[in-house]
Write a protein that binds this ligand. Structure first.
Ligand code: F6P
Length: 520
């Protein structure tokens, strides 16, 4: 078995899809519904607590057959098997991609089991107040210091699972903007705060700068010896963590086979454990694993991540849409879109294919969105009447966590009504003037999930992880590296030297001017 590298444009399916697109592009989804009584049922999938309605897309049975054929022709099956078998499918970094192993309790590597146990024991002590600070007081606040995957995932999950939270206040410091750090520190008491420094590499400038500012703040009233009861770290770089002054027993390991943006399932999730307790964290993992099994074992036709990925490819490469909106109708999911932006755009924002050739087709979609109903009063105007075609994923939960039926009914009614309006527009209605006219035919998926439980939420995150992987396979790109971001890390160093007057080097004239103005 090996990771395939097939140019999708050279497949038979691609050419057929192009022809099919020309026939289908002007058909209205409402017509497709009129032509087929069973469309709503036929274009939907049900799995565990998930229901995916994809009937409101600009597809018919032939479209789906051809997209499935495309998945076969690019050897998606082999790609999935290669990922799960631990093959080094992240070839440009020569690494395996094993975040799914972090949630597979039956076949878990020994070191993962050991780390989970360490997370359980540690978070329990912090929650039950047996972990004491340097003046023997219990911990009240936990601060995660990290950026990118070492911040977005845990922050997003902690927010999403707020309903399950305990008494601990959990904060996230990520931006190297000193004001961000100070605004957080302002709320904290040194005696009762625990800092978790999260950095896979432990070389990230933002995180190390923030961590040392926080350490200096702490040492204003405490001693070096007190660090051990207030600072722990999550990293692969054990040596650098110890150089920072963190005791070896306070280090939670992670491994190079876990990508930063897929690491919330590892010890990077320690702040989640503190916020909602280890058992809820384990439920999150188990839910994600259920989705892994579904993804690995289900025929593509009935496979949630595969179907969602194929639809996205259909719009991106044939309708030439550039963006996709994701609108969760749940305030708990307010940080889900920024999290997905890193997961999806850092993964699939690539233009060199797996044969080291420039691609001659579009890859990574631009992801954006925010929560409904708020988004309806913000950007929905453009979705309904703008000139751009923007496929939307609506995500919602059938049952609310607090029993407030009236609110829930209004929330769901809005969610369902919006997708219907995007589809139908004002077709068939008499409207006063063209300003009030909506053409409709704007596609969407609706993911209806029973309730926001840790298990269901784990499965939802895993669904999008697998969706982006499938897209990367089809586009023949490497989804698991991020060389573009690495470049940014190097770039800032020269500019920083110039800002600090250490060397002006080969400054770009525009940058030079900005530097001058910034010193006024
Ligand atoms: O943003 C780029 C990146 O490399 C991400 O992939 C990663 O999540 C983030 O930086 C943080 O890196 P680290 O955990 O090593 O500090």
């Amino acid at each position: 078995m090996s990771f395939p590298s097939i140019n999708p444009v050279n497949t038979k399916a691609w050419g057929q899809l192009q022809k099919h697109f020309d026939e289908l592009k002007n058909q209205h989804i409402s017509q497709l519904f009129s032509d087929d009584d069973s469309r709503a049922a036929r274009f939907s999938l049900e799995w565990e607590n998930f229901y995916l309605d994809y009937s409101k897309n600009r597809v018919n049975s032939q479209t789906m057959d051809l997209l499935l054929q495309l998945a076969d022709e690019v050897k998606l099956k082999d790609a999935i098997a290669a990922q799960f078998s631990g093959e080094h499918i992240n070839q440009t970094e020569d690494r395996a991609v094993r975040h799914t192993a972090l949630r597979d309790f039956e076949n878990m590597p020994k070191e993962v089991k050991k780390t989970l146990k360490k997370m359980r024991v540690f978070s329990k002590k912090v929650i039950d107040k047996s972990w004491k600070g340097f003046t023997s007081k219990a911990i009240t606040d936990v601060v995660n210091i990290g950026i990118g995957g070492s911040d977005l995932g845990p922050d997003m999950v902690t927010e999403a699972l707020s309903f399950y939270k305990n008494h601990l206040r959990v904060h996230y410091i990520s931006n190297v903007d000193g004001d961000h750090v100070q605004e957080t520190l302002k709320k904290l008491n040194r005696e009762t705060t625990l800092f978790i420094i999260v950095s896979k590499t432990f070389t990230t400038q933002e995180t190390l700068t923030n961590a040392s500012t926080v350490r200096n703040w702490f040492l204003k009233e405490a001693t070096i010896l007190d660090i051990e009861s207030h600072f722990v770290a999550v990293s692969t770089n054990l040596k650098e963590v110890q150089n920072f002054g963190i005791a070896p027993e306070n280090i939670f390991p992670m491994w190079d086979w876990v990508g930063g943006r897929f690491s919330l399932w590892s010890a990077v999730g320690l702040s989640i454990c503190c916020a909602v307790g280890y058992s809820n964290f384990e439920k999150l993992l188990r839910g994600a694993h259920q989705m892994d099994c579904h993804f690995k074992n289900t025929s593509f036709k009935h496979n949630l991540p595969v179907v969602m990925a194929l639809l996205s490819v259909w719009y991106n490469n044939f309708f030439k849409t550039e963006t996709e909106a994701i609108v969760p109708y749940s305030q708990y999911l307010s940080k889900f879109v920024p999290y997905l932006q890193q997961a999806i755009m850092e993964s699939n924002g690539k233009q060199i294919d797996r044969n080291q050739m420039s691609v001659n087709y579009q890859t990574g979609t631009v992801i954006w969105g925010s929560t409904g109903t708020n988004a309806q009063h913000a950007f929905f105007q453009l979705l309904h009447q703008g000139t751009k075609l923007i496929p939307v994923d609506f995500i919602t939960f059938a049952k609310a966590l607090y029993k407030q039926d009236h609110h829930q009914e209004i929330l769901l009614a809005n969610c369902f009504a919006q997708s219907e309006a995007l589809l139908n527009g004002t077709k068939g209605e008499v409207v006063e003037n063209s300003y009030k006219q909506f053409e409709g035919n704007r596609p969407s998926n609706t993911l209806l999930i029973k309730q926001l439980t840790p298990e269901n939420f784990g499965a939802l995150i895993a669904l999008y992880e697998h969706k982006l992987f499938v897209q990367g396979v089809i586009w023949n790109i490497f989804s698991y590296d991020q060389w573009g971001v690495e470049l940014g890390k190097k770039l800032a160093k020269g500019t920083l030297n110039a800002l600090q007057n250490k060397s002006s080097g080969n400054m770009h004239p525009a940058t030079e001017k900005l530097l001058l103005k910034s010193k006024r």
